[in-house]
Design a protein around this ligand. Sequence first.
Ligand code: FAD
Length: 307
Amino acid sequence: MILSTHDLAIVGGGPAGMAAALVAGRCRLDAVVINEENPRNRVTIASHGFLTRDGVHPLELLQVAKSQLQKYPSVIYYTDQVIAALEEDDGGFRIQRAVGPEIHAQRVIIAAGNRDDLDSLRLPGIHDVYGKSVYPCPFCDGFEHSDERIAVFGAEGVERHVPIIKMWSDDVHVFTNGRTLSTQAKQELDRNSVSVHEGRVRRLVSQDGRLVEVQLENESIERDAGFLWDKAGVPSNTLADDLGVPRNMNPWGIVTYQADEFGRTSVPGVYVVGDLRSGFSRLTVAAAEGGRCVEHIVHEISMEMCR
Ligand SMILES: Cc1cc2nc3c(=O)[nH]c(=O)nc-3n(C[C@H](O)[C@H](O)[C@H](O)COP(=O)(O)OP(=O)(O)OC[C@H]3O[C@@H](n4cnc5c(N)ncnc54)[C@H](O)[C@@H]3O)c2cc1C
């Protein structure tokens, strides 16, 4: 069977993948984007901190990116899922899709992001509030909850995180969900006037996505919003593993894939950008990584042409 052949396949169309696609289009690279359209931050109503796009809905960001991509005829966009990426003996990669036909590409950028395994947090009620009043990142959503009553969920190392949260509110309570903090950590939190609750969380009570209280076995603490110090992010699929890209662990204990600042991995022709490279890149950094990776690929191709 003859497969459609491209210079570049981009797996995933979040900010990392769509920025890669945009730069590929502007460089007239023959590229294909395959995007399942299920971005990690889809649970939020507004994304923050992206210059000129502050407060944009995640899916609106994707719609604008898709429409701007239409100007570039060398890039094809498919809404589909990549189910396998295989290295071919004679070079390049065979990309298998859930719905459409297979694709062949000389290079692959994996920009498939992370997903949040919320059940691993063992916080009943988290699904109702995640992205609406309880978040992974205070830089993304802290401002909207300035001076509110904040819950922080986590244990080991949480005392180092709390001073950051205090940029937005002085009223912070830590919930360890059944874990015991060291005496030193407790003293540090006490110095910062932070209350610690070591009981198991029975339920996060909420109304229309808004956290109302944290129920423990013997008490309930009223809270308006929360941040997770415990991490739930995991790679959204195993495509990078299947292609032989080694894993890493970032300083916060999140699985990442080894790739340099251009997204280059140790597997020739395979690049990893965005959350899969750093664990939690945020929109601006993910977009920057995607664009920079394609610029690097264009340099590589031009060097090959000079040989
Ligand atoms: C609740 C929440 C709120 C956040 N708020 C902010 C914020 O306000 N500001 C900010 O800067 N950052 C925010 N972030 C972080 C931000 O969402 C991520 O850092 C960013 O989206 C990472 O971009 P990415 O392109 O690497 O991955 P993603 O945006 O997750 O995109 C990956 C894409 O790849 C697709 N995909 C996955 N697997 C496949 C496959 N097999 N085949 C085809 N497609 C596939 C997915 O469907 C998705 O569309 C937030 C994150 C969360 C969880």
